[in-house]
Structure formats: C-alpha cells, structure tokens
Design a protein around this ligand. Structure first.
Ligand SMILES: [Zn+2]
Length: 169
C-alpha cells in the first residue's frame, strides 16, 4: 500500500489547494481557512476518502512529518484553529501540546488578574498601612486590595501576614 505521505508528496496541488482555500489575516499573519472545520473548529480537508486536519497535512508538507504516524500532533503557535499558515504550525508530542495549552492558559489568567502587568508595581509604606487598615476593618477582600493597589494577590497576603513589610507598624 502506498503511504499517504508519498501520495501527498506526489500531489503538489495540495499546497495550492490549501493556499487557495484560505485568506490572509494581516493583523495576526494567520491564513484563515474558508472550508469545512471539524467539531472542535479545526480546519479540515478531504483527502484519501476521509478528512484530515489541514494542520497535520501542513506538518507533512513543510516539516517532514509522517501522516501515518499517530504519535505526534500539530500545534498552533497562534492558537487559531482555522489558521492554515504553516509557519504558525509545528509538530509536537501530545504532552507538549497539553503543556503548551496549560502555559498559555496560565498566562491568559495571569494577564486577566493583572499578575503579570502589575508584577513590578512597588508598594509604599503608606500603601502597606492602608492595606492592613482596610483589611482589618473588613471593608475589602484580599483580591480586591490586589486590584486596587495594582499588585498580585500574594503580595497582599504577604503584607497582611507580615511576611513582607514587617517593620511597618
Ligand atoms: Zn496563525
């Protein structure tokens, strides 16, 4: 049986098909897929009387991966499931894919909470006194204090627990 690999390689039109079924998105550099997607929203293409993920086909065409080998997944650096720009897609292991998703999820959460944006904000002694006073009065919670003073939650709890700024009374 001829390997899918060789069939794709012998069909240069696959590259052109993928290109012609997508439009570039100038902001992100993504190529947006205009044809069908699978149930999880990923671009797919009919090949070999079945459907295959376009991201996988791109890894075969541009990264030398073996389509018949199930031991790898195509990972999007842009996290856009309909993106078919091969330079945004690289092969990885299932584990790398999960780690990558976790890391991105953490990053997104961190940015949302201001943990990264305001990481370097420094508290003053006055801030510290005010934080302790507000908290002692029960006016405001730890996470709300973090927001108001533009610092991470752990910075607030460290202040409240006396781990940091112990000298400030
Ligand atoms: Zn992309």
């Amino acid at each position: 049986m001829k390997r899918k690999q060789d069939i794709i390689a012998s069909r240069p039109s696959v590259r052109d098909e993928i290109e012609s079924f997508s439009i570039p998105e100038p902001m992100s550099g993504c190529f947006l897929w205009l044809r069908s997607v699978n149930s999880r929203g990923y671009a797919q293409l009919g090949l070999f009387n079945t459907t295959v993920l376009v991201s996988r086909v791109l890894c075969v065409l541009y990264r030398g991966m073996d389509l018949d080998n199930p031991g790898w997944v195509a990972m999007h650096s842009c996290d856009n499931p309909i993106c078919v720009n091969w330079s945004h897609i690289k092969p990885g292991t299932q584990k790398e894919n999960i780690d990558d998703a976790r890391a991105k999820n953490r990053l997104a959460k961190g940015i949302k909470n201001g943990a990264f944006l305001h990481h370097h904000h420094k508290l003053s002694e006055d801030d510290v006194r005010q934080i302790r006073k507000l908290y002692a009065n029960g006016d405001i919670s730890g996470p709300e204090l973090a927001k108001r003073f533009n610092v991470g939650r752990s910075a607030i709890y460290n202040v409240l627990d006396g781990v940091t700024w112990r000298h400030v009374k």
